[in-house]
Write a protein that binds this ligand. Structure first.
Ligand code: AMP
Length: 597
């Protein structure tokens, strides 16, 4: 059986877990799941090379849940994650998959949340803990977390933990867990440090990865849109308005999503239908037939249901949810550009799925071009053109207009209004809920800076083991210049080298305690008694307040705007470096290459 044909029911997962999968509407295990689940069920250690978006969370959660002993009320599974966001997300995934396991409890534990809340949760009896390394270590030290019955430990996004300076904490935890535990490590890249950890702490791990080389057709134009500021549904409808489409296949991940999205598109006036594995063969064939003969313009499908569709008028494939790997991507986009025609493939990429985009580009050996959403003017232009065409078509219906000609002529005379005024008023009325003139507000969340280079262009940083040169004080990455990058602001924090602070400590504390995505944390400069850190502009007040109380190395950081303290005469002391460097220098230094060992 190839991984492509494996079904969830072929895997020895427990009944309650299978039931939960059916509820969420997963049709088929993703490749990483099909490969990992049997090993983890078997009790083997696992080394998974997989990034976000591949379905890696379920790849470990489903088999480990199957192995949970519900009678035991102490933690049996511990997942370590680099950030509080991820810890919460993984914990929610466990909750979803354990929906039918009566009395099941999972608890996320991370910095920034009160110990008391976590202690209450722990006392209630939990089966799974998902936590950030620092806080887990604190609990273990205080003996408030009993892991004597731990069966499995998962290191999720191990390379991120390394990058954020958590590797010592992770190793400390590994040293303090039962020796006979099972260990699964997932990482998007395999730097040497991670290899070393697996060698030292894993027993003969089974290796799984999703990398494969695949080719895409040259007649297909490939673009991606980085999801930000606008939700995916609005983005899709904007694209549908402006893009010159004939028929489109939209790919989503679950059966439920095919139905939901098709319904939403229908409600917006599109001829759309769902296509999924729950539909019988006859119904599926009928749907494809309707797409062929133009009764439908959009089919919203899962990978399984759309396999092999050959409809020449499919001009566009839109990957609403990113595929699990490049192979699935190639299958999907191959639904357009049939019979020698040209086609367009559009991919929606959430900021956290950027790595998967790189994987797709690397294994298909093709770059996707970044697209912006159509602007308000473009949509206005399109709607105006359509409206004008409708007017011309209606004016041609002279016979049917006679009654209105007379009525409006007398109206014009009686009320002394010009024909233009009447026409404008009617046009305004004709718009209904779909105004011709469109203006989009593009609101970007503070935490949603989506600079494509921000993640991949940075070398690993904050790694305690290998940062011999750290005393230089620069966070080894992103921007070694002292110039504040545009869109960023420089803050001063009252912790520095004399507190034995390292850049990784700062990144970890800020990311976890204030819930700022680590990729949004810019240049860090360590000085003796204080440091500076660049953060995105426009920090919300509450976040600023939270940050003021954050402690690094036991030291309250008392964050202030660096420029502010500068102008107040509290000028940065020894070692601070606020001079602007020439632009050229800055640019040159920005071109750090990704270091993926
Ligand atoms: P992850 O890579 O774990 O972050 O998962 C990415 C997304 O894929 C999540 O939204 C999951 O709900 C979804 N997902 C995971 N496994 C499957 C599956 N077998 N079928 C459909 N969706 C899935």
């Amino acid at each position: 059986m190839t991984t492509e044909t494996v079904r969830f029911t072929d895997l020895a997962l427990s009944e309650p877990v299978l039931k939960a999968i059916a509820d969420v509407g997963y049709e088929q295990p993703s490749p990483i799941q099909a490969e990992s689940i049997p090993h983890l069920l078997n009790g083997d250690d696992l080394l998974g090379l997989a990034q976000t978006g591949t379905g890696k969370t379920a790849a470990f959660a489903l088999p480990l849940l199957t192995r949970v002993d519900m009678k035991l009320k102490t933690p049996q599974i511990l997942v370590l994650a680099p950030t509080r966001e991820l810890a919460i997300q993984v914990s929610e995934a466990f909750q979803t998959y354990a929906k039918h396991m009566k009395g099941f409890h999972v608890l996320p534990i991370y910095g920034g949340q009160s110990f008391d809340t976590q202690l209450r949760g722990l006392r209630r009896g939990v089966h799974v803990i998902v936590g950030t390394p620092g806080r887990v270590m604190d609990h273990l030290r205080r003996k408030t977390l009993d892991i004597s019955n731990l069966k499995a430990l998962v290191l999720d996004e191990a390379d991120e933990m390394l990058r954020m300076g958590f590797i010592d904490d992770v190793e400390w935890i590994l040293e303090h867990t039962p020796k006979e535990r099972q260990t699964a490590l997932f990482s998007a890249t395999m730097p040497k440090e991670i290899r070393r950890v697996t060698k030292r702490y894993q027993r003969d791990p089974k290796e799984v990865s999703i990398a494969s080389e695949t080719r895409t057709g040259e007649n297909i134009e490939q673009r991606y849109w980085m999801v930000s500021g606008t939700n995916k549904l609005d983005a899709l409808t904007r694209i549908l308005e402006v893009e010159n489409t004939d028929a489109m296949i939209i790919f989503v991940r679950t059966k439920n999503a095919t139905v939901e999205l098709a319904e939403k598109l229908e409600a917006r006036g599109y001829a759309a239908a769902a296509l999924n594995g729950d539909m019988n063969q006859q119904l599926r064939e009928r749907t494809i037939e309707r797409l062929k003969n133009g009764k439908l313009d959009i089919v919203v499908a899962t990978d399984v249901a759309a396999r092999g569709i050959d409809v020449v008028r499919v001009s566009h494939v839109l990957n609403y949810d990113i595929p699990y790997d490049s192979e699935a991507y190639v299958h999907r986009i191959g639904r357009t550009g049939r019979a020698g025609r040209s086609g367009t493939a559009i991919l929606f990429v959430a900021p956290r799925e950027k790595r998967l985009l790189h994987t797709i580009e690397n294994s298909t050996k093709q770059k996707l071009s970044r697209m912006e959403l159509p602007s308000g003017e473009m949509v206005t232009q399109q709607r105006t053109d359509q409206f004008k065409q409708t007017l011309l078509d209606t004016i041609a219906k002279t016979k049917e207009l006679e009654f209105f000609d007379e009525m409006l002529a007398s109206f014009s005379h009686d009320h002394n209004v010009s024909p233009e005024q009447i026409a404008s008023a009617l046009a305004l009325l004709a718009q209904k809920e779909r105004p011709l003139q469109v203006e989009f507000k593009n609101v970007k969340a503070y935490n949603e800076r989506d600079d494509r280079s921000s993640r991949s262009d940075r070398p690993e940083r904050g790694n305690r083991g290998e940062r011999g040169g750290e005393r230089g004080g620069e966070r080894g990455g992103r921007n070694r210049s002292s110039e504040v990058e545009s869109g960023m602001q420089r803050y001063r924090i009252e912790v520095g080298r004399e507190h034995e602070c390292r850049p990784g400590d700062i990144v970890g504390a800020i990311a976890n305690e204030a819930n700022i995505d680590s990729k949004n944390i810019g240049h860090i400069k360590l000085n003796d008694s204080f440091s500076t850190v660049d953060l995105p502009e426009g920090m919300p007040k509450e976040m600023f307040q939270t940050l003021r109380n954050v402690r690094v190395r036991g030291q309250k950081i008392n964050i202030t705007l660096a420029q502010e303290s500068d102008s107040k005469g509290e000028a940065p002391k020894r070692g601070a470096d606020f001079k602007k460097k020439p632009r050229g220098d800055f640019k040159k230094k920005r071109t750090f290459k990704k270091r993926e060992d």
